[in-house]
Design a protein around this ligand. Structure first.
Ligand code: PLP
Length: 396
């Protein structure tokens, strides 16, 4: 794999040079005021990026998966019921984690390629007259299928049902790249990771926690130690951590947020939308379709491309890596082989994306798939030339 080419996987994403430098720092005493000077701007920045108005930010040395575990183990007790739709590998894994923690999961099976089913969620909540469902789990951006779900719509469904469950949202592959409105959507826990929209190496789980979720931790009896919010919040109040924080990554996080806000969050979201739309135009020109079944579900951070009959998406990913030194994502779970995934989030420009599309075309031609070289690239070029916000002041 070339270290010069960008990656087109949906995380970890390309790391801007300035962020690499921000992570590279000498050791500091994490119990000294120097740490708080690094940490506080990172926390304040996370609040803005996820749209929090109250509650707490928790930053754990972990990954997104650890963020899920922290969310459930701090707020729930064995035998509690949670409601979740399964429509991809990531929604599946969160459900699996809940089951392994001894939670009852009321699963709404949903075809892969679709999003969180608002009607079925509302119906399940209405039917729960005893209020046994303690939390609704939602994957904002299902990275396996490239499907974005309507989190505001889930909040409306919960309100319409008059149900008091908490709302936990996996925003690992959306936060920092697509609009996220924790306060407006009434999200109780939002989970992000450092290696996607924040353009950092893996190593941080980043959570926004509402006052309601914080209150739930007092009665929650699932075991937790490393992820215990109570220890974290006590230590935060004293300007530190209950253990050694990932200081370099936290420094990088503060810098990443500075870069995002320098570009402007709205401009960042517009850039992601524009790059994604170019990818979709290319796919259409190839005569292929995204796995996401309708345009309202299209993700602006990852597209799962359904491959032609008789072709295997994993072959393309392997060839791209071996022959051209370029990384795309393989299909996972139910759609293994049936799709390949193009990650288009983080530090990316129109021009970088064109190189990815050109590489995908070369691979398809090499594999004998029915594609005309240049067709998808030309469709994307046409779109990028005419699309608004041309000055791609990318995070580079
Ligand atoms: C990447 C991802 C995760 C897992 O995060 P890790 O950092 O790999 O633990 C969870 N959910 C979604 C939607 C993701 O894209």
């Amino acid at each position: 794999m070339s270290s010069q080419n960008p990656v087109f996987i949906p995380g970890p994403t390309n790391i801007p040079e300035a962020i690499r430098k921000a992570c590279d720092m000498p050791t500091i005493d994490h119990r000294s005021p120097a740490f708080a000077r690094l940490f506080n701007p990172a926390v304040a920045g996370v609040r803005r990026v996820i749209g929090m108005d109250q509650g707490e930010v928790i930053i754990l040395p972990s990954t997104g998966t650890g963020g899920w575990e922290a969310a459930i183990s701090n707020t729930l007790s064995p035998g509690d019921t949670v409601l979740a739709a399964r429509f991809g590998m990531f929604s599946h894994r969160w459900i699996d984690m809940c089951q392994r923690h001894g939670l009852r999961v009321q699963v709404i099976e949903t075809p892969w390629g679709q999003g969180a089913p608002l009607g079925a969620i509302e119906a399940a909540l209405r039917a729960d007259t005893e209020g046994t469902i303690k939390a609704v789990l939602a994957t904002h951006n299902e990275t396996a299928t490239g499907v974005k779900s309507d989190i505001g719509g889930i909040r409306s469904a919960m309100d319409a049902a008059g149900h008091g469950a908490m709302l936990f949202v996996d925003g690992v592959s959306s936060i920092g790249s697509m609009p996220f409105d924790m306060a407006g959507w009434g999200v109780d826990i939002a989970v992000a990771g450092s290696q996607k929209g924040f353009m950092l190496p893996a190593g941080l789980a980043i959570l926004g926690v509402s006052p309601k979720a914080i209150a739930a931790m007092d009665s929650a009896t699932l075991p937790r130690t490393f992820f215990d919010f109570r220890d974290m919040l006590r230590s935060y109040a004293a300007g530190g951590y209950p253990y050694t924080p990932a200081v370099g990554l936290i420094s990088g996080l503060a810098h990443a947020i500075e870069m995002l806000e320098d570009e402007g969050l709205d401009a960042v979201y517009a850039r992601h939308h524009r790059i994604a739309e170019g990818v979709r135009r290319a796919i259409a020109a190839w005569g292929l379709t995204p796995c996401a079944t309708t345009p309202d579900l299209y993700s602006d951070t990852v597209t799962a491309v359904v491959v032609p009959e008789g072709c295997n998406g994993t072959d393309l990913v392997k060839l791209a890596a071996d022959k051209y030194g370029v990384a795309f994502g393989v299909g996972l779970g139910e759609v293994a082989g049936k799709v390949f995934r193009v990650g288009h989030l983080g530090m990316l420009t129109d021009v970088m994306m064109l190189s990815g599309l050109a590489t995908a075309e070369m691979c398809m031609a090499d594999l004998g798939w029915p594609v005309r070289l240049g067709s998808g690239v030309a469709a994307a070029q046409d779109y990028y030339r005419g699309a608004p916000a041309q000055v791609a002041r990318a995070a580079a």
